[in-house]
Design a protein around this ligand. Structure first.
Ligand SMILES: [Fe+2]
Ligand SMILES: [Fe+2]
Length: 164
């Protein structure tokens, strides 16, 4: 049976993952609106991944005999000044989520919830990838600057992202 404090923290984090999904879907809509369909595709897949993360937390709570509870999802921003601004936001957001995961891992140690600690290790590794992939795109966008050719090249590349 899961500790009450841990259950609350995990439900709160599931909400943060749902928000991540919402944020990236909003970025996908933004990219569609400026005709960068490859960027939009990449963000849509990212949104689906975040939804899967939220469901991992939801399932873990239930599997441990807890009660999953769904909370209000905050509205994300709808507009960004440039593709770079959007990806810088995404990168900052992932850094924030990494901090939240680390906090949860600390709480799992404090409550001696080793099952949850073990569950969270997947997310610890996942966040390394999440930060790296967002930052890689930030760096590319900085490299091409305002050159439309470069932007379209990145767009073409991001269109190749598989759903796995
Ligand atoms: Fe996530
Ligand atoms: Fe993420």
């Amino acid at each position: 049976m899961i500790d009450g404090r841990m259950q609350e923290a995990l439900n709160k984090h599931a909400n943060a993952e749902f928000y991540s999904s919402y944020l990236y879907l909003s970025m996908s809509a933004y990219f569609q609106s400026i005709n960068l369909t490859g960027f939009a595709h990449w963000m849509r897949i990212q949104a689906r991944e975040e939804l899967a993360h939220a469901l991992k937390f939801y399932d873990h709570i239930i599997e441990r005999g807890g009660r999953a509870s769904l909370q209000l999802i905050e509205a994300p921003a709808a507009q960004w000044g440039s593709p770079l601004a959007a990806f810088e936001d995404a990168y900052r957001h992932e850094q924030k989520v990494t901090g939240l995961i680390n906090q949860l891992a600390d709480e799992a140690v404090q409550t001696r919830d080793h099952a949850t600690g073990n569950f969270l290790q997947w997310f610890v590794s996942e966040q390394v990838e999440e930060e790296a992939s967002a930052d890689a795109i930030v760096q590319k966008l900085k490299l091409v600057g305002d050159a439309p050719g470069g932007l379209l090249m990145i767009d073409h590349q991001l269109a190749q992202r598989g759903s796995g």
